[in-house]
Write a protein that binds this ligand. Structure first.
Ligand code: SF4
Length: 757
């Protein structure tokens, strides 16, 4: 039988690399890095070799759509356009919907992430690119994930998505594998696509995005018209590669990066030997989407901007602190992941709380990741001097940290040092590493180290206790260099867990309990133990536990607004569907509920923020000329959501057993953990379970709590599946698909064998 390590090696071949564990081909000494930066842009460009040039007529956007997709196969340099069929537009809407449809058509059920036929699809959606309302420039990226072996989608800012639309395409499909490193240039000024062999550019994003922006801009003023998609060296050696989408910050006069982090799409990108996508447009004008009713959008935009001006400072401080404003709120409610989700708060929070980030973020600069965003939460630390690694000594602009970065890289690893968090954030970005996966996997490594599952011999001499920021940083540099324990970390939590079990390094049940992954994806940075609904919000997701599908902790745990299973099921129906809608449209979710209208609490359903929901319905109708209402909005999402669930089924997943969660997400695994909240658990035992904790050992009490919580989760699954129109195995019912108008033959064929009645 093949060993696990062999299986990893045989299924994962980093670019240019024949030896997975000991590869150092991509080690980039400091001198080389500096050479990349100092090298004249013309010198770099002179080394380009044109592999394919293709001209096209730019299709103007009409009511939010061009109805054209750009297809590029980098194996044979095929470039063509596809017309978007009307039925696809009707059922899949755009953004993630288009990504899923194209990926389904392009792949077979057993297509692996690193097969040439796997695609990366990037699509904005009909609202993407308007500038009169906040949060309207997002792209959705879809691929077969190296982490989950199923479909992943990731939502990202930056200008590429809108620029792709303005260049005449609602989506781009990237298929195949190039032989050598290439750049794809989409020239939306002249209607031209080029595929270029590009050996001389850097790989790491903060250098590469600067190089390409300078290379393709006509002059300084033109830099804002260039957008770059890239990743970094760590993406070549790991399963957690991330994509950076750039935009030129005209105030700072620097290129900035936003991340499509989840699921390893950067790894797929480099496996295809794509160094970068570049898109250039002539400029951004008021109504490039050719919307039907611009006035209606502007009116809603003005109202929202007023709310931001008048309410943000009291409600969320997004414009001064970004999402990092959540740090002490999470800490206060025992929700801040600390030491691999063991605890929810820490006395050292003050070192990394929102005031600390406010002090470090440059203030007074509009920080929108797309034009017109008044929420302006893309904060940055300017002139940060790098202390470690190949860029030590350079002063850089670090994007963020956002809440997830500070929570994942910081508290979850027991690290409360803001300089470390900024440095790790910078290197995650430029190396092309998902910060959430990195934070969660490093926390897992540290708990394994503390429990003797890992030791210095196994980590190559690194002490990886909680709080050891120097060693954590070194692991990241190792990964970028493709060497040492860094390569083990780059496997992600699930593969590490399986590897440690196979090697007999730790108790399999304990590893299963503390490995914070579901479906192969690392958890994002919230404690879900005290919120049953949030446990479902994480583990019942289609792609794996990411908070963008459902975030119900406050509704459930803090405000107790959804006490019954039926209430929770309704929330786990509505909110994932509502949030899916942002991904169909090219919208950012944050302006929906991070700041609420003043009278929101007095509305019928304050958690839904009805006035903002109405804004979105109005904007969709004003862009497209359609006439949907808030109910049809949810049905639009439901069609795509069910399609994605069945896509998982097609790939061998998508049933109840794949919605199981690690016990750490539901309750206390260790004695230490139980005792840290003994009063709470004892009280629950008495009041909810009807068992007197008096006289029982902590082990006995922990086991009683566990049995209860695991049983509650199973009941939750039953209730949610029922509400979603799925059977008890979590498979959509044929009758439900018919009701939605989503009874496509290929879907019915797949789910038919799973029908229970
Ligand atoms: S709210 Fe923040 S993340 Fe969303 S579009 Fe605006 S700046 Fe970007």
């Amino acid at each position: 039988m093949l060993s696990f390590a062999y299986l990893i090696i045989s299924t994962f071949r980093p670019v240019n690399c024949n030896n997975f564990y000991f590869c150092c081909v991509h080690f980039l000494p400091k001198s080389e890095t500096i050479k990349y930066i100092a090298m004249n842009i013309e010198e770099i460009k002179n080394q380009h070799k044109l592999l394919k040039e293709w001209t096209y007529e730019i299709t103007p956007i009409e009511k939010g759509y061009s109805d054209k997709t750009l297809y590029i196969n980098v194996s044979d340099n095929t470039i063509k356009t596809k017309d978007v069929p009307p039925e696809m537009k009707e059922k899949f809407i755009g953004g993630k919907g288009y990504g899923l449809r194209y990926l389904w058509d392009a792949t077979k059920p057993d297509t692996k992430w690193n097969d040439p036929e796997n695609e990366i699809v990037i699509s904005g959606g009909p609202i993407c690119g308007i500038t009169q309302y906040s949060g309207t420039g997002k792209s959705l990226v879809v691929s077969i994930s190296p982490l989950t072996n199923s479909v992943i989608d990731s939502n990202v800012g930056g200008y590429f998505g809108p620029f792709l639309k303005f260049s005449g395409f609602d989506a781009i499909e990237l298929q195949g594998k190039a032989e050598k490193d290439i750049i794809i240039f989409i020239d939306g000024v002249h209607g031209k696509i080029e595929i270029l062999e590009a050996p001389a550019e850097a790989i790491d994003s903060h250098v590469l995005a600067e190089q390409l922006t300078e290379m393709y801009a006509d002059d300084d003023r033109d830099r804002k018209n260039v957008a770059v998609v890239s990743t970094g060296k760590a993406a070549e050696h790991s399963f957690i590669g991330m994509l950076n989408f750039s935009f030129f910050d005209s105030k700072r006069k620097q290129v900035r990066l936003k991340q499509a982090g989840r699921g390893g799409i950067g790894t797929v990108f480099r496996d295809k030997r794509i160094k970068a996508l570049v898109c250039k447009v002539p400029g951004v004008k008021g109504n490039l989407n050719n919307v039907v009713d611009l006035k209606a959008i502007m009116e809603r935009g003005k109202i929202f901007n007023k709310e931001m001006r008048e309410l943000d400072d009291d409600q969320a401080e997004m414009r001064t602190k970004g999402t990092a404003h959540l740090m002490e709120i999470m800490n206060d409610y025992d929700l801040l992941p600390t030491n691999n989700y063991k605890f929810g708060s820490h006395p050292d929070i003050k070192n990394i709380d929102s005031e600390e980030w406010k002090r470090r973020f440059t203030q007074g600069i509009p920080d929108g990741c797309w034009i017109g965003c008044n929420m302006s939460c893309s904060k940055g630390v300017d002139n940060y001097e790098i202390r470690t690694g190949p860029y030590a000594g350079q002063k850089v602009l670090v994007d963020g940290p956002e809440y997830e970065n500070a929570g994942g890289l910081g508290s979850n690893c027991g690290i409360f040092n803001p300089d470390y968090i900024i440095e790790a954030n910078f290197y995650c970005d430029t190396y092309g590493i998902c910060t959430i996966s990195w934070g969660t996997l490093m926390a897992f490594i540290m708990e394994c180290y503390e429990n003797g599952i890992l030791n210095e011999e196994r980590t190559g001499g690194l002490k990886l206790n909680f709080g050891n920021s120097d060693s954590a940083m070194e692991v990241m540099h190792q990964l970028a260099r493709g060497e040492g324990f860094g390569l083990i970390a780059g496997l992600g939590v699930r593969r590490m867990k399986e590897m440690f079990i196979e090697k007999g390094w730790g108790d399999a049940d304990f590893l299963q309990d503390i490995a914070m992954e579901n479906k192969g994806l690392e958890y994002s940075e919230y404690i879900s133990k005290e919120s049953l609904a949030q446990q479902g919000g994480f583990a019942m997701t289609n792609k794996g536990p990411q908070h963008d599908e459902a975030w119900l902790i406050f509704m459930d745990m803090v405000n107790n607004q959804i006490p019954t299973f039926e209430d929770k099921a309704e929330a786990l129906h509505y909110f994932p569907m509502f949030r899916t809608w942002f991904g169909l449209m090219g919208l950012c979710k944050l302006p929906w509920n991070d700041v609420e209208p003043e009278n929101n609490a007095e509305t019928d359903e304050p958690a839904k923020v009805p006035e903002h929901v109405d804004n979105y319905v109005t904007i969709f109708n004003a862009v497209t000329g359609q006439n949907i209402d808030k109910h049809e909005m949810i049905r639009q999402s439901e069609r795509v959501y069910n399609f994605q669930r069945i896509f998982n089924l097609r790939r061998g997943f998508g049933t109840r057993k794949y919605d199981a969660q690690p016990y750490r997400a539901a309750g206390p695994v260790t004695i230490e953990e139980y005792e840290s909240r003994a009063e709470r658990y004892d009280k629950q035992m008495k009041e909810l379970i009807g068992v007197d904790p008096e006289g029982k050992t902590t082990e006995e009490k922990r086991d009683i709590i566990r049995k209860y919580r695991e049983d509650q989760y199973e009941k939750l699954l039953d209730a949610v599946y029922f509400r979603r129109g799925w059977n008890s195995n979590g498979v959509p019912k044929i009758s439900h698909l018919k009701n939605l108008g989503m009874d496509l033959p290929e879907l019915i064929e797949l789910i038919a064998p799973y029908q229970e009645d």
